[in-house]
Design a protein around this ligand. Structure first.
Ligand code: PLP
Length: 434
């Protein structure tokens, strides 16, 4: 038995079944740049980045050194007990990168789910309203409030009752819900649907916030059209509803810009960040307009570990590395290559129904006869298992697991990218005649 199989068997014997996995047998021992070495010393090209985390590559030297130095200096203090420089410096940096209006404030957590939970708590305190409007296919994490705003029922089996005052509308996904309309007509209809919801579903004076991913992550890399987000911004301003943009998966260059909302030229009232911010250590943030962030009563935000000094130092070094190596620009360039290749594959494979994405966040949606109502999740599973055999670690997305998404380290070389795309192409084209 291979060491990977053995490790997987031990996993299955001791780790709860509730902790799912994408591909049986995928293991990791060490990582460098865009390569992971597995338990059998096999080199795998990484197209997952631990779900969009290791954007700066695995173990970039300046980040590892900063972590080592900070670990030797101060492992933990707790921001409620003693204020330390890395927490303050990271908040300052995030406010500089993502200004939310005239004055911006920041609060740090450990995970994306916690960031979303707290953004909702902040919005409720600032507006003194209870309701949240969220979207189909949205993913916001697995804590109970985050799960309540998450869409896919497969993540929620018997986990309820869920938090009340959550209202969900269809995400503006033209491929899925376009009904043959032009983009302009589709966006108009969806914005009208939103306005109708404020008449027929929940009164706007009860709505604290709208929560939306500018490009859906787990939902399958579906960008919200810029005109839709702009229209939503207008409606929010009209009714005093706060706009929360969840950038946990799309932020820090994943989508080819520091923030995916920059494609829409809008400013949110609150935004949530995690994953590629820390480059591997658990760290997340809520960024918001200062008057909104300060509407919270002291003691309502926080926790023992949020903004741990080692994680903050890692995030600061990681952000500096993304800047120095121009990895945001690299993400945009990678996206062009990947999307062109995906479109060429689409021409040759009748199962590839849609190709889309921003920056290095690119996706192919697989449907039988290219029919959005006939998702081909079983084909994607087979393709990705084949890719692992060929040395490429890639993952799916979507409620039916029928979407292949790319989340490579942004440090991936042109040669490595070509190698990864060739493996993927070969495995997909085996299904070309399906
Ligand atoms: C958009 C989005 N929000 C929130 C989360 C939850 O983050 P975490 O897994 O760190 O709790 C995720 C995780 O995939 C995500 O993609």
């Amino acid at each position: 038995m291979s060491k990977s199989d053995d490790l997987f068997k031990r996993r299955e014997a001791i780790i709860s079944k509730g902790v799912g996995y994408f591909t049986w047998g995928a293991t990791a021992v060490s990582g460098e740049g865009a390569v992971i070495r597995d338990a059998d010393s096999r080199e795998l090209l990484d197209f997952a980045s631990g779900i969009g985390v290791t954007s700066a590559g695995h173990c970039p030297e300046p980040v590892v050194k900063a972590i080592q130095a900070q670990a030797a200096e101060l492992l933990h203090a707790c921001i409620h007990v003693a204020t330390y420089e890395p927490y303050v410096a990271l908040c300052e940096k995030l406010a500089e990168l993502f200004p939310h209006g005239d004055a911006t404030k920041v609060f740090l957590t450990n995970t994306g789910a916690e960031a979303v939970e707290n953004a909702i708590k902040i919005a409720r305190q600032a507006t003194k309203r209870p309701a949240i409007i969220c979207f189909s296919e949205g993913f916001h994490g697995r804590t109970l409030l985050a799960l309540s705003v998450t869409s896919k029922v497969g993540y929620k089996t018997h986990c309820g009752p869920f938090a009340p005052e959550i209202y969900r509308l269809p995400f503006p996904n033209q491929f899925k819900y376009g009904d043959g309309l032009s983009t302009e007509a589709f966006i108009k209809r969806e914005l009208n649907r939103f306005r109708q919801a404020l008449v027929n579903t929940v009164s706007p004076d009860q709505v604290a916030a709208v929560l939306i991913e500018p490009i859906q992550g787990e939902g399958g890399f579906v960008p919200a059209p810029a005109e839709y987000l702009q229209g939503l911004r207008k409606i929010c301003d009209e009714y005093g509803i706060l706009m929360i943009l969840d950038e946990v998966q799309s932020g820090f260059g994943r989508a080819g810009k520091w923030a995916a909302y920059q494609y829409s030229d809008i400013t949110p009232d609150l935004s949530t960040w995690a994953k590629a911010m820390g480059g591997g250590l658990p760290i997340a943030a809520v960024v918001g307009k200062a008057e909104v962030m300060d509407a919270c009563a002291p003691g309502t935000l926080g926790g023992t570990y949020g903004g741990n000094p080692v994680s903050c130092t890692a995030a600061l070094a990681n952000i500096a590395y993304l800047e120095d190596q121009k990895l945001i620009e690299r993400s945009a360039a990678l996206g062009e290559v990947i999307q062109a290749r995906f479109r060429s594959i689409q021409e040759r494979c009748g199962l590839v129904a849609d190709v889309r994405g921003f920056g290095a966040m690119q996706a192919m949606e697989f449907c039988h006869n290219r029919d959005p109502l006939r998702p081909a999740g079983e084909v994607v599973k087979e393709i990705l298992t084949g890719c692992l055999d060929d040395g490429l670690l890639a993952i799916s997305a979507g409620a039916h697991g029928n979407i292949i998404r790319t989340l490579p380290p942004l440090t991936i070389s042109d040669e490595q990218l070509e190698q990864a795309l060739s493996i993927l192409e070969k495995r997909i084209l085996q299904h070309a005649s399906s």
